[in-house]
Design a protein around this ligand. Structure first.
Ligand code: BES
Ligand code: ZN
Length: 459
């Protein structure tokens, strides 16, 4: 069995405290990509990552885009014939609100019970940084890397990576590689290293319903003027049938069957639907009939309301017929659904079902393609050995309900296989108050990556 080489292990152990301090430094930067008041912080995080790559021994450049910058680190000194590995991660984070629900402030990292609490600890600064430290360990101890490495860190993942696909297309020569490695997901359970076999895609919309030119007295006009809030509710109610299937015509046309061996694997995972329900705090689970919870999450597309706004929502009562209503709606997609095609279907559907008397419009906000891995070849064999060396057991193959929009673009543009090997854990509160990353997974993650680099160099 492969083990973590003692020189790399010793280096990481000896530098443990400093590495933690550096990570905390990164976690104090509020690089919230969605908020323009944090633009300077987001840029500071990009510069910080570039600095950290340079001190690890890579060349690093901060590239401007029409949005937040892209950081590219490079090491091209591997032995002749060694492959080139591209490591992708994101240095931006989700907004931290609601702040009063955090036990300690989101940008003041703290360790409690073996967990690093901070916004971005696991999604994705901690996971990006552990790659940088694995590279540093190799370069510090051995003076070289066993593979050529490109580190690509973006600052817009949490807002749908609007400028990254064009960047990759424009920089194909710079980014040409043999494999892409990403740590921006979770392990299936503590102590159970995991390799992802799929990600869902996303098509995100805003649905606006405009009625009268302005708010009206609900007594003087109600009953005679179409109410946009009710119209919106009726439109949304047409989006599912009684069995929990999405009822937008054509929605499932491109859905491909899931390979039987992958579904078999899924059924073998240790998963209790009742425990999952309890963790959510919901009184019952729902969804599409005929599928298990894991199948619903990983293999089936959805249509969900993410937000609703209309009329009077303040204290007490106000008798008003609102002029407009708005919903944020997102569809998670599975192979081979195309976000653009879903956008068109949604537009046509809303146009068809909107009642007369209101104007309903669908605006696409962002999207990303679904992805499914080919799980064989040297990259995955190397990952299996590396995870086994660091965690003491072979990884399981899992799926994922979330999205990383750029993954499909990497395969399409660079033609390289993508390995998703994440070190988060269930219940890590990504995007929520009290986000955390396990100290143990951070520590073992650095070692797993260090071994992976070595294994890939020998392939
Ligand atoms: N790290 C997540 C992707 C992810 C989500 C992995 C859930 C594992 C479990 C990533 O940062 C993310 O949140 N992606 C967004 C993409 C969206 C903003 C386009 C998502 O899935 O909502
Ligand atoms: Zn995220």
């Amino acid at each position: 069995m492969t083990v973590v080489p003692s020189d790399l292990d010793a280096y990481l152990t000896a530098n443990d405290e400093r590495i933690r301090r550096e990570l905390f430094d990164l976690l104090t930067i509020p690089s919230v990509s969605a908020r323009s008041e944090h633009d300077a912080d987001t840029r500071r995080a990009a510069e910080w990552i570039a600095g950290s790559l340079r001190s690890a021994g890579l060349a690093a450049t901060v590239h401007e885009t029409a949005g937040h910058p892209v950081v590219v680190g490079e090491y091209r000194g591997a032995p002749r014939g060694a492959p080139t590995v591209l490591v992708y991660g994101h240095y931006d984070v989700q907004p931290a609100e609601p702040l009063d629900l955090w036990t300690s402030p989101p940008f003041a990292p703290t360790v409690r019970d073996g967990r690093i609490y901070a916004r971005g600890s696991v999604d994705d600064k901690g996971q990006l940084f552990l790659h940088v430290k694995a590279l540093e360990a190799h370069l510090a101890v051995r003076g070289t890397l066993p593979v050529n490495v490109i580190v690509l860190a973006e600052g817009e993942e949490e807002v749908g990576s609007p400028h990254l696909a064009p960047f990759i297309e424009a920089q194909q020569d710079l980014l040409r590689c043999d494999a892409v490695v990403i740590s921006d997901s979770a392990m299936f359970a503590p102590g159970l290293p995991s390799v992802l076999s799929s990600l869902r895609g996303l098509a995100y919309f805003q649905l606006d319903v405009q009625g009268p030119a302005q708010d009206l007295h609900s007594g003087s006009y109600g009953g005679a003027v179409v109410n946009p809030a009710m119209a919106l509710a009726r439109i949304l109610a047409t989006m599912h049938d009684a069995d929990g299937r999405v009822a937008v015509p054509g929605f499932y046309d491109a859905v491909r069957d899931w390979p039987a061996p992958v579904r078999e694997q899924m059924r073998g995972l240790p998963f209790q639907e009742e425990t999952f329900r309890e963790e959510t705090g919901a009184s019952a689970l729902g969804g599409e009939q005929g599928y298990t919870v894991l199948e619903r999450l990983w293999t089936r597309p959805t249509c969900e309301v993410n937000g609703l706004l209309s009329g009077y929502t303040g204290e007490g009562a106000k008798t008003v017929l609102p002029a407009r209503a708005m919903a944020k709606v997102s569809c998670r997609l599975v192979p081979d659904q195309d976000p653009r095609a879903i956008e068109r279907l949604m537009q046509e559907h809303v146009e068809r079902v909107a009642p007369p008397g209101v104007r309903a419009t669908v605006t696409a906000l962002h999207g990303g393609r679904p992805w499914r891995a080919e799980l064989d070849g040297p990259l995955f064999d190397a990952a299996r050995r590396a995870l086994a060396a660091a965690f003491g057991r072979e990884p399981v193959i899992t799926g994922e309900g979330g999205s990383i929009p750029v993954v499909g673009d990497f395969e399409r543009v660079l033609g390289a296989p993508v390995l998703l090997m994440g070190f988060g854990l269930p219940g890590e509160n990504a995007h929520a108050p009290d986000e955390w990353m396990s100290v143990e997974n951070f520590t073992k993650g650095m070692r797993a990556v260090a071994v992976l680099l070595e294994e890939m160099g020998q392939g």
